[in-house]
Each structure stands twice: as structure tokens, then as C-alpha cells.
Design a protein around this ligand. Structure first.
Ligand SMILES: [Zn+2]
Length: 124
């Protein structure tokens, strides 16, 4: 009886069809757009990872890898670009200091208004 109890497989979360559909769309759409924006503005990153998390829309590591949330594809195009350009600027400044914002404004004019609009969207 104990054995039966302990041998039971851990319960796995059911594969969420919606998340998998978003992941497929994100993998098809986000890497080419990030590459395009990077080339346009002279940024060089190492790798892009598509993540499924609720903590951020994107992040940039000190190893120059960029992580993007798969739910970005549900946002308007200009906000997708804003997030990607924001993370690309972190390749040069790993903070939100003055230089970071000046650089971001130069590649993404009106970025503060776009940042404000991002607040209307929650990662679900
Ligand atoms: Zn940032």
C-alpha cells in the first residue's frame, strides 16, 4: 500500500493549448523582429530565449542574451517593438539610468509614453 502511494507519478500540469499556440507564434515572430531591430540600430546580442513567465515582458542578461515573454505577441506591434528595443538598450546599460533612457529615446522616440501604455497590459 505504501508502495502504491509512493509510486504514484507526480501530477503534471496539463499542457495548455493556448500557451503552446502563443509559444509557436512567438518563436516564429519575435526572433526575426529582434534581429531586424538589432541590425537597424547596431546592437549585438548573443541568443534570444522565448519564456513563459509572469514576472516580466523581457529581460537582458549580462551575457548579452535576451529573454522575451511569449505573451508579447498579444500586444500591439509598437509595444512589442518597445519591449525589444528596451532590452536591446540593456546590452549597453544594465540599468535604467540617464544614459539608458537617452539611448532608448534615440532608437524608440516617445518611449516613456509607450512604457506608460505597457501598464495597461498584465501578463496572464
Ligand atoms: Zn529595463
Amino acid at each position: 500500500m505504501f508502495r502504491l502511494f509512493f509510486r504514484r507519478k507526480p501530477r503534471r500540469a496539463p499542457v495548455n493549448a493556448r500557451v503552446e499556440a502563443l509559444r509557436a507564434q512567438a518563436k516564429a515572430e519575435l526572433p526575426p523582429r529582434l534581429a531586424e531591430l538589432a541590425a537597424l540600430h547596431g546592437f549585438q546580442y548573443r541568443k534570444i530565449f522565448i519564456k513563459n513567465n509572469v514576472s516580466n515582458w523581457g529581460s537582458c542578461s549580462s551575457l548579452k542574451n535576451i529573454n522575451l515573454n511569449l505573451r508579447l505577441v498579444e500586444l500591439p506591434r509598437e509595444l512589442q517593438d518597445y519591449v525589444m528595443l528596451h532590452e536591446l538598450c540593456h546590452l549597453k546599460y544594465l540599468n535604467h539610468g540617464k544614459e539608458f533612457h537617452a539611448l532608448l529615446e534615440s532608437v524608440c522616440p516617445g518611449h516613456r509614453e509607450l512604457a506608460r501604455r505597457m501598464k495597461e497590459y498584465k501578463i496572464r
